[in-house]
Design a protein around this ligand. Structure first.
Ligand SMILES: NC(=O)c1ccc[n+]([C@@H]2O[C@H](COP(=O)([O-])OP(=O)(O)OC[C@H]3O[C@@H](n4cnc5c(N)ncnc54)[C@H](O)[C@@H]3O)[C@@H](O)[C@H]2O)c1
Length: 261
């Protein structure tokens, strides 16, 4: 990891004091960075992940920053668990202003004809159905609060990559985001997406460990010449949730060092 620092955005637009955020897939990587960024803006944060230990650790880090935290162990593919996680958040903090639907899984380097149906289902269920279920239960609360939802897609949400299930799911997240944003455009709820490039997380470690060329080949895809840090994605999520982005709606914001340019 680099030693560069990424202070979160400052100023009145970014004061989330007395507000509440929900972040999925927050046991590590981008989700943990988003959860900590919300905490740095003063929000209470609920974190939801299937990885109980990592999720609890994120909650401790949120509390170390002086914010309230709630850790919910949850499989985002299961409707009852997602609904319970959202309800637990509102029961604990009394409201829900922001949600970042970030949990996701990657695809092995397997071409379409060789991809198992089980792998297709696992990826679509997590990366697309999980986002739909999350929004389904979050929207009434976030709408009431006049807040914002940011779904985490990918560069694979805006162009093709040789991984059909992941690319289909991430394109699906962009479509879901645009449509839901339009459905609620006449309310105070704004729904957007971020599309990260190659970001230095354990997901990227697993991907590069299993593909030809490893880390070097991944960095070669990046015109900026390096991987992104999770905090650089988190800052985009915070900006999209803030009033600084009050006219931004249904937008898949590419944050990718030029990978898809
Ligand atoms: N790292 C990248 O380069 C990159 C690039 C583009 C998009 N993304 C997307 O960003 C998001 C975060 O990726 P990351 O790199 O931080 O990955 P990560 O593997 O570090 O974190 C993903 C988190 O999601 C959780 N998760 C997985 N399945 C779940 C389920 N069914 N229920 C609840 N939690 C579940 C995992 O436990 C983990 O904590 C993903 O949606 C990913 O597709 C990542």
């Amino acid at each position: 990891m680099t030693e560069r620092e990424f202070p979160t955005p400052q100023g009145e637009y970014f004061d989330f004091e007395d507000e509440v955020a929900f972040v999925s897939g927050a046991a590590g990587g981008i989700g943990r960075a988003v959860a900590l960024a919300f905490a740095q803006q003063g929000a209470a944060v609920a974190v939801a992940d299937i990885d109980e230990d990592g999720n609890e650790e994120t909650a401790e880090r949120i509390e170390e920053l002086g914010s309230d935290a709630l850790a919910v162990t949850c499989d985002l593919r299961e409707a009852d668990e997602v609904r319970a996680a959202v309800e637990a958040t509102v029961a604990e903090f009394g409201r829900l202003d922001y949600a970042c639907n970030n949990a996701g899984v990657e695809q092995d380097a397997v071409k379409a004809a060789d991809l198992s149906i089980e792998a297709w289902d696992r990826i679509l269920d997590t990366d697309l159905r999980g986002v739909f279920l999350s929004m389904k239960y979050q929207i009434p609360h976030v709408r009431e609060a006049g807040g914002a939802i940011v779904n985490v897609s990918s560069g694979a949400g805006v162009r093709g990559f040789p991984e059909v299930a992941y690319t289909a799911a991430k394109h699906g997240v962009v479509g879901l985001t645009k449509s839901a944003a339009l459905e609620y455009a006449d309310t105070e709820l704004r729904i957007n997406a971020v599309c990260p490039g190659i970001v230095d997380t354990s997901m990227m470690d697993r991907v590069t460990d299993n593909r030809e060329g490893g880390r070097e080949a991944a960095v070669d895809q990046e015109p900026i010449g390096r991987m992104g840090d999770p905090e650089e994605i988190a800052n985009a999520v915070v900006w999209l949730c803030s009033d600084a982005a009050s006219f931004v709606l249904g937008h898949p914001l590419v944050v990718d060092g030029g990978q898809t340019v």
